[in-house]
Design a protein around this ligand. Sequence first.
Ligand SMILES: [Zn+2]
Length: 269
Amino acid sequence: MKQEYSLKGVCIWCLKDKSAGRTFRKQPHTITRQLGATPIGFDICDACNAYFGTIGRKDLYTFSPEVALIETFTNLRFLAQPQFGAAPELRSRFFHFHPATATIHPTGRFEPKARFLKNFTRQFKRGIYEVFLQEYHRNTQNGQADCFAKVREFARWDKGNLPLYFLQNREAFYMEEAPGCPSLTFDASALKEINEAGFYQMRLLGQLFFLEVTDSARLTRAAYLRKQLKEGAGKSSSFGELVRMELITDLDFTVRSLGIRTEILEPVL
Ligand SMILES: [Zn+2]
């Protein structure tokens, strides 16, 4: 029999099982392979697995949550290198990079319009929450828990809206924890924070995000974020403000602050 990627037999996203026709045959990468990640998850049904990486014809968006992640982190990774020569070219659907002038230009697929940027932001945030639940389940086998209902609604069903915060990283844009192989940690203190504060602190590809993963976060938010800002300042002088992402461009993913010029990021309202 072919291997199945299932432990509990219930999908963490749609909460359906084989009796409801769900299959678990495709290898589910918990973080997209295109960012160099290798962890393989389980209990992610084939339909949900496909959903995050593809766009249907009837879809509101022109690109998937995973493409939004890939575009953002690929840019950061490439543009923040000390020397662009290390990689031959920026592999991007949305941007061309001209090394001689250190400028990026949009391709036709990136529209510098408010609506496009709003969609990009939403897809990026959904992709971040997708990574959270998949990695959480891979580490704890508890991803089907009811407390993550809002994460499911937002990431998988595109309903509601969950906030995403990050600490601005003023100097070292791309400090990879484990170069080439991103994954998340869920040690005792991370699990305690999820259970008590409803927050998860995600270190991913050099960035530090804060996610509201359960309803408790609404009550703890103010105190929790204040504490993170204080601790962030202590951790490294390169961390600046704590930002609630309204637009993807709040995260300096085109690395303006390192002198990369761009012609694209003023939305035409
Ligand atoms: Zn599913």
